[in-house]
Unconditional design. Sequence first.
Length: 373
Amino acid sequence: MVPALDRDAVPRLVVKVGSALLVDADGNVRRAWLETLVADIADRVALGQQIAIVSSGAIALGARRLKLPKGGRASLEDAQAAAATGQIALSQCWAELLAAHGLTAAQMLVTLDDLEDRRRYLNASATLHRLIGLGVVPVINENDSVATAEIRFGDNDRLAARIAQAAGAQGVVLLSDVDGLFTSDPARDPKAQRIDRVGRIDAAIIAMAGGGTSSGMGSGGMASKIEAAQIAASAGVDLVIVSGLHDHPLARLAQGGCGTLFVADGSTRAKKAWLAGRLTVKGSVHVDAGAVKALKGGASLLPAGAKSIEGKFARGDVISIIGPDGVAIARGLSEYDSADAERIAGKRSDALAAVLGYSPRAALIHRDHMVML
């Protein structure tokens, strides 16, 4: 049994479906294939597994109906119009097919800010938990009708990982037009080998990620799937990349179908999972080797360990902690705004009051508001 499809180990599962699987080259829903996937989902629900769906396809569907060039991606305005039009058709299709199995669908459209802002994240999480608890199957997509280039996920792979966090899921299945992660591009290298299991996402794994999708229809690619796996792993969620080019893809996976499993590196408290999964930060603090060692040992970041500050941020904003090699090692909530952080960087704790003119907080970032990457 594939871990993600083990109902006891993964009572709540997120299934992401890419545009290339949902929509054909003419911009029509691949309804016959989708019926087999929905049948698989109904079977999982009947076994007691709770399912949430992250569904692409709105832009591709809307572009056909509006007769827009380049699949609706010629401009931001075209993409937004296509998404607004296609989302209705997409949601209707999911609702009809799930209803045929006695399942109720619910639509949720989210933006990057909904999952980056702590308060809005908690609101989205509460909605997901309530829907799933009521036996409803949420169908989630990015709200591309209002999202812009600066405030959007840009692909549903990373969205699926963030939704898994918000929904309290234990597993994610990314159904795509690829069989998993390969050592090199299998279309160009006949010696390319699929990686069955990844325990740690390091530089070598990241280097294996190539360019865009093979279909050219979606916005993701292997790089976005690796990022999704990193987000999922930080929250203790297993993630599987598997081909959806066959009928009944979940049943096929359960019967031993091939794919790549990214094993989570352990459970993380909800707040820290949210921090690790953030795609945007307000600034950064560069630290010395001594601070890196202390942080890895579980300490808070003290001002003395900070070498320099970048960006403009307020107290409570999420900032990155950068090691001497230029690589981000942690994220956390800053206890100071950027102006005061710059003033106390490198200072010992007993000197902070004199520098600031008020009684200081001991840490620049407290360990309870920090997560190692």
